[in-house]
Design a protein around this ligand. Structure first.
Ligand SMILES: [Zn+2]
Length: 144
């Protein structure tokens, strides 16, 4: 029996391993292939794909896109992306802008209910990648 994992996040969004690390880890664990599917970004794909090529391991360029759909929201997984497609790059820029506008609002809401945390602390927790809810959780945990 051989296994694949088609839903992995890297440090390009809210994962804990860099794209190269996750590719090496998956191979070491005996998987046959993986898809890197970061939240609303393809930033980690170039690195993940080239590491896969280097160690002869199949990496599928993917993404996880947040979509609003009444009555809530959903996450769509996409696979086999053309990471240089201009329309894809343009639309992702739009999603990243929406995310950048959402995050300070989460800080405001937390502050309003008496939880002290700053956006700088959350940015630091993200390590320079895309900021997501797990980074807020990490700062909250650090502050008990
Ligand atoms: Zn996910």
């Amino acid at each position: 029996m051989q296994y694949v994992d088609l839903h992995l996040h890297t440090t390009a969004s809210d994962g804990v391993m860099s794209p190269s690390e996750i590719v090496r880890y998956a191979k070491a664990k005996g998987l046959q292939a993986i898809a890197i599917t970061d939240h609303d970004t393809i930033e980690g794909l170039e690195e993940g794909l080239s590491e896969g090529e280097r160690i002869d391991f199949e990496v599928i360029p993917g993404i996880e896109i947040s979509a609003e759909h009444s009555p809530g929201s959903m996450h769509l997984l996409g696979f086999f992306l053309d990471i240089h497609h201009p329309l894809l790059i343009d639309r992702l820029g739009y999603l990243q802008k929406a995310r950048a506008e959402r995050n300070p609002k989460i800080v405001e809401r937390l502050n309003r209910i008496g939880i002290q945390l700053t956006y700088e602390e959350v940015l630091k927790a993200s390590g320079g990648g895309q900021v997501g809810r797990p980074h807020f959780a990490q700062v909250l945990l650090e502050k008990n």
